[in-house]
Unconditional design. Sequence first.
Length: 237
Amino acid sequence: MLEPLGDLTADQTQVALVVCAGLVALLVIAFDTTWRIARNVVTIAHEGGHALVAIATGRTMTRIRLHSDTSGVTLSKGRPTGPGMAFTAFAGYPTPPLLGLGAAALVAGGAVQTMLGLAIMVLLGTLVLIRNLFGVVSVVLTGAVVALVIAYGSVTWQYAFACFVTWFLIVGGLRTVVEMAQKRSRLQRRGAPTSDPDQVEHLTGIPAGAVVAMFALIGVIALILAANLLLAWPPLP
């Protein structure tokens, strides 16, 4: 159970932490200065999603590279066409909000430490595939923050951090979809864009605009479900 804060009961404390963590996540995402730094975490999740689906569909992973402009690239070997390649190309943008939804389910179930431990395991798995210095530093620093919260954070601080991560992954993932759609619009005026939706269109014939809409829909559904999980009443079983 969470420790009461001030005059709040444990239940009221939980609701307050969920709301405050969401507001902090929104502030981090809304301001370009903080977003430029924090966006690297979303990129790690994005590229990790490509890698996970590539492995799950039988492709051979070669490397992940994360760049200082918060972009990234995941390379794998296998057939250049077919369902495996299509799912791999599709997987990047849905991964952050889906991870956020999974985190919300664990937090709502009282498994905050399990959620934080799984985050460390995912980061370690990603680190094995990183092939550039900036990427290694990004993943290590992200893992160090999570490890510090696990080692030194109280139950209340761990819960607040877990809620922040949940909101950040979902809302941050949605912002990257918006940014990608804007970039595609600019590139279309100069030539053929090469974003994930365009690759999916090339592989499947599904219009890239429809793929972008699917990315956004997945993020919105994840946000609604996560909010329902975290703000359900009574908040703790």
